[in-house]
Design a protein around this ligand. Structure first.
Ligand SMILES: Cc1cc2nc3c(=O)[nH]c(=O)nc-3n(C[C@H](O)[C@H](O)[C@H](O)COP(=O)(O)OP(=O)(O)OC[C@H]3O[C@@H](n4cnc5c(N)ncnc54)[C@H](O)[C@@H]3O)c2cc1C
Length: 386
């Protein structure tokens, strides 16, 4: 098998990369070890603002439940409300829709697991359990644990130690999914980032912890968070009836930042390249696929020929990712009392967080500058989630 562009991994970034490369005229294979079966993709919630920031529109076809906004909850229970609309999605339907579009654009979908992608002539020869595939450009979109780019000598994550390790319980409890607010709990309940409640409509919801700096096994944090959540909600729901349907685990490259993401005839995108989140992974993959197809057409698939990808991505997202990382580091350095003081101040203040990102930033910046300038980054971080 031969193609112009081989994309490894059919999740948001890989599907987008395959679609845009095919639309830009390349012959494309999209390979995933779970293609045609059931994917193991946990992400199911996003804020609509992130989708429009990535140049995408939310489609009703896959939305299970509309969220009116988010509530950031400090360790002592102070809540800051942010009116940012969001969506809980049917992830299988979402994947099927985007895969269908990739296929319609001309990408060939293939089931198989890639093992390595050594150079061969002016391209790469990818070894997979479905046979060898020759490609002028290989795009590694195989997620935070992806091996392809790393096996070929790249360090696609600048700060692999800052990946957040997650455990997320899919739960059922009568009426719980009808809540309209996504909730973020910050502080020692989930060190380094967040614990989340995401209502999915009807009886469905997820409860998750995303922890940085404590290793991969974060199940004890999840168990504690589930107990805290039950306690907080025991007056409203019969929490003894809550059923855990399944538990998703994995890494979220939130603060890892892209490192080396381009080499001769090789690129990395999405979580494999420190670009986290469904919407931003789609946008990053779209840029990568387009650059790959143009490089093939121009006959220069060297690292230099593929480098516009890095430039274009940095121009759109570089600053935002660096700010996000700085904010998470600040948050990780705050103790529960610090976070409580910040949240209490914000909860009482007259902070207007509606409108554009710029307006939100301005309004919150002014309020914080009056009180605790050191803590601005943490707030910016939370706003970027919306
Ligand atoms: C528990 C959890 C919950 C999350 N929730 C959210 C959320 O609600 N909203 C949000 O925006 N983000 C969320 N994230 C982050 C989100 O999952 C990622 O940022 C996003 O999925 C990045 O997508 P991706 O396309 O880069 O890779 P991934 O989604 O990781 O997909 C990688 C794909 O590559 C395939 N693959 C891997 N290795 C190979 C190989 N060798 N050969 C062939 N195929 C291979 C896998 O089968 C998989 O399909 C969550 C993360 C975790 C761990």
């Amino acid at each position: 098998m031969n193609c112009d562009v081989l994309v490894v991994g059919a999740s948001p970034s890989g599907i987008a990369a395959a679609t845009s490369a095919a639309k830009s005229g390349a012959e494309v294979i999209l390979l995933d070890k779970d293609m045609g079966g059931s994917f193991d993709h946990p992400a199911n919630t996003f804020f609509d603002g992130m989708f429009s920031r990535a140049g995408l529109a939310v489609e009703r076809e896959y939305v299970l439940h509309d969220l009116e906004g988010m509530r950031i909850i400090s360790p002592a229970g102070h809540a800051v409300e942010i009116p940012a609309p969001g969506s809980f999605i049917d992830r299988s339907r979402f994947d099927a829709l985007y895969l269908e579009r990739a296929e319609r654009a001309g990408a060939r979908l293939l089931r198989g697991e890639a093992r390595s992608a050594p150079p061969a002539g002016t391209g790469r020869r990818v070894e997979t359990d479905a046979g060898e595939i020759g490609a002028r450009v290989v795009i590694d979109a195989s997620g935070v644990d992806g091996l392809i780019a790393r096996r070929e000598g790249l360090s696609p994550l600048q700060h692999p130690e800052d990946v957040a390790w997650a455990a997320e319980a899919v739960v059922e409890l009568a009426g719980l999914g009808e809540e309209r607010r996504f909730e973020y709990f910050v502080g020692s309940i989930s060190p380094g980032w967040k614990a989340t409640f995401s209502p999915g409509g009807g009886d469905l919801a997820t409860l998750g912890v995303f922890v940085r700096g404590r290793g991969r096994d974060v199940r004890p944090f999840l168990d504690r968070f589930v107990e805290l959540f039950k306690h907080r909600n025991s007056a409203k729901y019969d929490v003894r009836e809550m059923k855990v349907v399944s538990i998703n685990r994995g890494g979220d490259a939130i603060a890892a930042l892209p490192g080396e993401i381009v080499a001769d005839s090789l690129m990395a995108t999405g979580a494999a390249a420190g670009m986290s989140g469904i919407a931003y992974a789609i946008r990053a993959g779209t840029i990568a696929g387009d650059v790959a197809a143009r490089a093939v057409a121009s006959g220069d698939v060297s690292g230099r020929g593929l480098s516009p990808y890095v430039r274009l991505w940095r121009r759109e997202f570089g600053l935002e990712y660096r700010m996000g990382r700085a904010s998470l580091l600040t948050l990780g350095g705050m103790d529960d009392e610090d976070i409580d003081r910040l949240a209490a101040g914000l909860a009482e203040g007259d902070l207007d967080l509606s409108g554009s990102l710029f307006r939100k930033g301005l309004s919150s910046g002014v309020a914080l500058a009056r009180s605790r300038p050191r803590m601005i980054p943490a707030l910016v971080w939370s706003l970027l989630q919306g």
